[in-house]
Design a protein around this ligand. Structure first.
Ligand code: C2E
Ligand code: CA
Ligand code: CA
Length: 931
């Protein structure tokens, strides 16, 4: 676990380092490879330089051998000369010669080695010789000659010994100097780098060391005193010159590396070494000369001895000298005489001599050439390698950017190193796939584009066309109308714009279903197109609204007449699905240029005119007037006001009593809406209900009325008036709402009110809402609600309503009641309706009873309800009970003033009402009859 965490941390660190290195050196592959190869070349060159400057050496710390001293044959120490055999003279002579020989040998020995033994032998031999000469038994003259010869002989010997000593001293100094120089070089080399026990020293030092060795080797003979030939001397001086040259050529580097002192010392030592070598050469010559003279003097001595003794002995002596046996190897007794340094090195020691890799100029040149070739090869290989990597990569890059630029046909040339070749192959494969995918996509895109174009065209058509009738729609109409206006303006002609609205089209939809409704609209469109043929063009604005543009109108009058013809054209029955329908239209018209200069303005004007036509009644034409615009603005204001009124609760209900003439009681009041406007004025329904209907606000208003009326009824029902009934005006729209009955039941439950306490007032328009509403009405009636047909006897009231609708009451319209006391015709109609209703068992209320004469006429009926200002106007909720109390006395007074005897039933009812204990004391019947 710990390891894992560490490994992950390490990975993270490595990754971060990689990233930062990449950020610091954002190098391309060429740069990287080039840098790497340059690094390799630089490393190779550096290594070569180091190799040139250094040589691997193996060192053995062994001092240089001292110059070997040739062994000198040392004759055996001669003892006192044995007495020569007779003849005495001859023996003595030979003894003297032997003593002289001993001195010669001792001198030579002493010259070769300056040891205590050789010195004492030398001194002893000298003494013996002097003594022997002195003791020699000859005459004084001969003796003088002999002594002179001996003295000279001894002097010669002493000279040779002196020269030999000088030479030895010089030889020792030379050896020491050579050793010192060698030591200095060696210690410097030892201070150099060591790798695996091998020392990498400076080339110049090694060179000097090699040359010093050569000097030693070539100078060996001179040091040993051997004779040297010209060639050997030349080799020695060449070595010396080489040393000087190496020192001179490397002086600067050696000075900087080893110090000026070092160089100076080395130079001084070398100069001294050469001087010593020269003086050794001279001493060698002097020694050889001294020895030669000494040797020659040996002859003079023997000549002197011979003259003193017998001449015959001389050859014998010579013979003896020449036939003396070769000197034996150093005898053990003499071995201590020789210094240890004078021993010759053993073969093993020679093998262990310093091994030095020699680097001569030849090798150096070869190395330089090889190095140059290697560097050239490395460079060439580097360039080739870089090219082999970089070229395919460049090709890939070019291919990628070409592909990126949208050329999918691109193919990268193959070749180069294997991985990049594989990459190129993969790239080509990918490019080929992309190309084929692209081609497929293009084909697909083309197909798609075609489809889109087709759809766009369809959509454009649809956007301009009404899908049901295929007529131009509202959008397209404004374009068409703009063009028509332009043409008319150019040609200075008039345009007639007609807005059509199918009267009560909603009823078709609701009662016959939307399918048939659509077919009705299509038939309307057909008839309109037929009508427009040759006049102009037609459009459908939506719903049951259509527009006709009359393009070739000659005058305002023609436009007016065409509008009327249009209304009439729809008064003929329309056949749909083999059925005949009466489909009337209301038409509003506007005229260019009188009512507007553009399409929008003209359409607005025609719309206002249509609204007015609707207000006038069904199947009407209205032509625009500027006042219509004002009323439209007023309508807009009212609509806004109504919305506010709903939010702020500005509506109120007032209640108008209906007096039952039969019972002389008020058991029912009609709820009538009022709008308490912000300025405090109370607006009547006539001022705002039409706008509420058109704007749809009637739905919310009706809901409020229903609730408020039921609440009031409940209040009275559970209060001081258990028999209270409230008549509520219902708009046809409410009945079309399938949830109407439920919401009604819900309210009754909420206010714990029986359905019998509510009477629903409907107008005949409910007939047009169709079978569904009639069925709903039946349900409501079955639930116990009273159902009254309002405004009966006006306009197009038909008996069919009485037959088909589930009613409990008929309310005779104010317009009919208004003239019953003056018009026999109205009276007859009213009479007939009342009789009919009585026959059908329907209660009848006479609305708008304003005058006692109307009351008088109505008294002729057996049973009727009276509603009108004559008895009471509508009063607020709080007033109702009080008003109810005063209405009956007021009626009684009215009856009295009319003479109640003509209405016996009323009198009887008055009595029963009085006995029931009405709050207002009834007028005693006798008083009424009397008056
Ligand atoms: P309506 O249903 O025929 O209501 C009777 C109308 O006649 C009331 O007018 C009432 O004030 C008026 N009136 C009663 N007696 C007389 C009279 O002797 N002489 C004259 N000239 N008028 C009399 P109002 O309140 O202005 O209502 C007008 C119409 O508005 C109502 O006619 C009714 O159709 C409608 N309406 C009133 N309240 C509501 C309502 O809450 N909902 C619906 N949908 N319609 C309502
Ligand atoms: Ca009413
Ligand atoms: Ca009415």
């Amino acid at each position: 676990m710990n390891l894992e965490i560490r490994a992950r941390r390490l990975q993270g660190i490595v990754h971060r380092v990689e990233v930062s290195v990449r950020q610091l050196f954002p190098l391309g592959i060429t740069a990287r490879l080039t840098l790497s190869f340059i690094a390799v070349i630089v490393l190779a060159a550096t290594a070569n330089l180091i190799a040139r400057e250094s040589v691997s050496v193996i060192l053995f710390n062994r001092p240089l051998p001292a110059p070997p001293v040739p062994s000198i044959p040392i004759p055996p120490v001669l003892s006192e000369p044995a007495p020569l055999p007779e003849p005495v003279d001859r023996k003595r002579l030979e003894a003297l010669a032997s003593v002289a020989d001993r001195f010669e040998l001792a001198s030579q020995l002493r010259a070769e080695a300056d040891s205590a033994a050789s010195e004492s032998e030398y001194v002893a031999a000298q003494e013996t010789l002097r003594r022997s000469a002195n003791d020699y038994p000859v005459g004084s003259v001969a003796k003088m000659t002999l002594e002179r010869a001996v003295t000279e002989y001894i002097e010669r010997g002493r000279l040779a010994v002196r020269v030999a000593d000088q030479r030895r001293a010089a030889r020792l100094e030379h050896s020491k100097l050579l050793q010192a120089m060698n030591d200095r070089l060696q210690s410097t080399i030892d201070g150099a780098w060591k790798i695996f026990g091998r020392v990498l020293a400076r080339q110049s030092l090694i060179q000097l060391r090699v040359e010093l060795d050569a000097i030693r080797e070539h100078g060996e003979k001179i040091i040993l005193g051997d004779s040297v030939d010209a060639g050997e001397l030349k080799a020695l001086t060449a070595s010396e010159n080489a040393f000087v040259a190496t020192l001179a050529s490397n002086e600067t580097r050696l000075t900087s590396a080893e110090g000026a002192e070092w160089v100076k010392d080395t130079k001084a030592d070398f100069d001294e070494l050469v001087a010593l070598r020269l003086s050794l050469t001279a001493l060698n010559a002097s020694y050889n000369d001294a020895i030669h003279r000494f040797s020659q003097n040996h002859g003079s001595l023997f000549a002197a001895i011979s003259t003193v003794g017998s001449k015959a002995h001389q050859p014998t002596l010579r013979q003896r000298r020449s036939s003396s046996p070769p000197p034996p190897a150093v005898e053990p007794a003499l071995a201590p005489l020789l210094a240890p340094s004078q021993r010759a090195p053993s073969p093993d020691e020679l093998m262990a001599e310093t091994a030095i890799t020699r680097v001569d100029h030849h090798a150096r040149d070869l190395m330089a050439a090889v190095t140059a070739i290697v560097l050239a090869l490395v460079t060439a290989i580097s360039i080739l390698t870089v090219r082999s990597v970089v070229r395919p990569v460049r090709r890939m890059l070019r291919g990628t950017s070409t592909l990126g630029a949208g050329n999918h046909q691109v193919q990268v040339p193959r070749g180069g190193i294997r991985e990049l070749d594989t990459l190129a192959e993969a790239f080509n494969d990918m490019a080929a796939r992309i190309a084929s995918a692209h081609a497929a996509r293009r084909v697909h895109a083309e197909t798609l584009e075609e489809a889109v174009l087709e759809r766009t065209h369809k959509l454009q058509v649809l956007a301009q066309q009404d899908p049901l009738t295929s007529l131009p729609n509202r959008r397209h109409l404004s374009t068409l109308l703009d063009n028509a206006v332009e043409r008319a303006a150019r040609e200075n002609r008039r345009l007639g714009i007609y807005f059509l609205d199918v009267d009560n089209f909603k009823n078709f939809n609701d009662s016959l279903g939307h399918g048939l409704g659509d077919r009705v609209l299509m038939s309307v469109a057909n008839r309109l197109e037929e009508f427009a043929d040759g006049l102009g063009f037609v459009a459908r604005l939506g719903g049951d609204e259509f527009t006709l543009v009359y393009e070739n109108a000659e005058s305002e009058r023609a436009i007016h007449e065409t509008g009327l013809r249009l209304v009439q054209a729809f008064q003929q029955l329309l056949s749909v699905d083999d059925r005949e329908f009466s489909v009337c239209v209301s038409v509003g018209a506007s005229i260019f240029p009188e009512h507007g200069s553009g399409a929008d303005e003209l359409l607005r004007a025609a719309d206002s005119a249509l609204f007015h036509a609707k207000e006038l009644g069904r199947s009407r034409l209205a032509v625009f007037t500027p006042e219509l615009i004002e009323s439209a603005a007023a309508r807009f204001d009212i609509e806004q006001g109504l919305r506010r009124a709903l939010e702020r609760g500005e509506f109120e209900l007032v209640y108008q009593p209906e007096v039952d003439l039969a019972t002389m009681r008020v058991e029912i009041v009609e709820a009538l809406i009022r709008w308490r406007m912000p300025d405090g004025r109370l607006a009547t329904p006539g001022e705002f209900l039409a706008v509420a209907e058109q704007s749809g606000l009637i739905t919310d208003i009706s809901k409020w009325v229903l609730r408020a009326a039921i609440q009031a009824a409940s209040h009275w029902h559970h209060g001081g008036w258990p028999g209270a009934r409230v008549a509520i005006n219902i708009s046809p729209r409410q009945l079309l709402d399938p949830r109407f009955a439920d919401s009604l039941a819900e309210l009754l439950r909420e206010f714990a009110l029986p359905s019998s306490a509510i009477e629903l007032e409907l107008t005949e328009t409910v007939m047009q809402t169709g079978a569904v509403t009639i069925a709903a009405l039946r349900v409501l009636q079955a639930q116990g609600f009273g159902i009254a047909l309002d405004d009966f006897g006006t306009g197009y009231s038909s008996l069919t309503s009485l037959e088909q609708l589930p009613l409990s009451r008929i309310k005779l319209d104010r317009s009919l009641i208004a003239s019953i006391d003056s018009s026999q015709r109205s009276a007859a109609i009213a009479r007939a309706i009342i009789d009919l209703c009585e026959g059908l068992g329907l209660a009848v209320t006479a609305e708008g009873v304003e005058r006692p004469t109307q009351l008088a006429w109505l008294l002729a009926n057996r049973s009727i309800f009276l509603q009108g200002f004559l008895l009471s106007d509508a009063v607020p909720f709080e007033e109702v009970l009080r008003r109810r109390a005063v209405v009956i006395p007021k009626l009684q007074n009215l009856l009295l003033s009319l003479g109640v005897e003509s209405y016996p039933r009323a009198a009887a009812d008055l009595r029963s009402a009085a006995s029931a204990g009405g709050r207002s004391a009834p007028i005693p019947i006798h008083r009424a009859i009397k008056s």
